[in-house]
Write a protein that binds this ligand. Structure first.
Ligand SMILES: [Zn+2]
Length: 134
């Protein structure tokens, strides 16, 4: 059994996005924060864990044409501001979709994807991205 397969197996099949909610003003933050930038001192140590819906729709988006140098040719990709079903705005990359097909209002859901692998031991980092949700 390779370590890659083990890593994947340990990721729960169902999960929500973990954010935090300010008990003073009720605002929800993602990624989670230790302090509400609005309420500041009042919110320190009081931020509550908040489970954000994985489902949402594309609120706005832009197509990124990333070309680090002349020898590398990367496909353009879409970065979207997603409004989740509970009304939280999350900025993330859209994957598994042709950027030309991205539309405002398109239903999407968050998935955990490999972002990069570090060093000889192959420590794998994961992050949230959004895919079309049919
Ligand atoms: Zn607050």
């Amino acid at each position: 059994m390779s370590s890659v397969a083990k890593e994947w197996r340990e990721i729960p099949g169902r999960y929500n996005l973990e954010g935090s909610k300010c008990p003073c003003c009720g605002k929800v933050y993602f990624p989670k924060r230790n302090m509400c930038p609005v309420c500041r001192r009042e919110s320190i140590g009081k931020m509550e864990p908040y489970s954000i819906s994985r489902k949402g729709e594309v609120y706005t988006f832009s197509i990124i044409h990333d070309a680090p140098d002349f020898t590398t040719k990367l496909k353009p990709y879409a970065v979207a501001m997603v409004k989740t079903t509970d009304g939280i705005m999350i900025s993330a990359q859209l994957v598994d979709v042709d950027p030309a097909d991205v539309r405002i209002g398109m239903p999407v859901r968050a998935v955990l994807r490999k972002i990069k692998t570090d060093g000889p031991d192959g420590v794998i980092h994961y992050g949230y991205k959004f895919v079309p949700d049919e």
